[in-house]
Design a protein around this ligand. Sequence first.
Ligand code: GRG
Length: 338
Amino acid sequence: MSTRSTPLRTADHGGRTDLSKIVGLIEKELDAVNRTINDRLRSEIALINQLGRYIVHSGGKRLRPVTVLLSARACEYRGDAHIQLATIVEFIHTATLLHDDVVDDSDMRRGKATANEVWGNQASVLVGDFLYSRSFEMMVEVGSMRVMEIMAKTTNRIAEGEVMQLINCHSPDTTEAQYLETVRCKTAKLFESAAQLGAVISGQSSAVETALADYGLHLGTAFQLIDDVLDFSADVDELGKNIGDDLAEGKPTLPIINALNRGTPSQKKLLQKAIEKGGLEHIDDVMEAIESTGSLAYTARLAGEEAERAQQALAIMPSSPFKEGLQELAVFAVERSF
Ligand code: GRG
């Protein structure tokens, strides 16, 4: 489906944004990140190696490390700390996925059984802890107090976002504002920091640092809004996880919140019950309510506006292929189908 309705700036290729073209800009560096991931995943404990390898090689898109690398190159960074930082960001992302799949009791991610499905909840949480603490070890090696400060705050915010989501779960009274705040914490914050880090290690002005942080925050918000659209509309094979998972867990995401705000009294009743109870018993009626209220299009429109803001934040940056890559990444966030 085409999810974008605002006039984002795109490259000449017209159709769907090609992630491999964006990645091609920093291919060698991303290879170095993947080597560092393998290297730093190693432990003397066999289970950590097994489970860690399983999750990091299960086909993730590596969007957050790509954001760090593009941002650093857009800032004309010349060193190699961006490789270490991109690895750190991917380790933190992976730790959150391991924990999230336990919290949500998910059995499928990236088209494969989740680690908790294969090794159980305890192993998944503990290997998540390993990745999380390894990332802080690696941050100390970078030797920048500013980086430590940003990442410590970031992980704290992610955890807060996840707790907010827990509080809103099964609550049909969740407002759009509460939902968006949760999205900014649980997902967008890590993109914000990923983009900001490129400026920090390049010693850029605070104006550039703020601009890139802003870019990342809007990019991450657009990305999560589309994630929530795809939960109701994607092809299960392409998305690699079960459709309707959010509703099944009683999560009031924006497509549901908007349908609740705009639906008929009987649709409201149906949606309230669906969120309170969770499960997929009335999925067809719920889908009908979401569609008749235009709630997927509404959510996608908000995502398009966020991606537009992300692109606007880059105005301060000098022209370069890497700046264009960041712009294209914002387009990918809304046009993606996986
Ligand atoms: C360990 C710091 C820490 C916190 C734990 C459980 C938790 C608190 C946070 C979960 C946050 C979370 C999973 C948010 C959802 C973000 C999201 C949409 C992930 C999917 O991202 P993709 O599509 O993943 O980029 P791939 O598979 O491509 O890597």
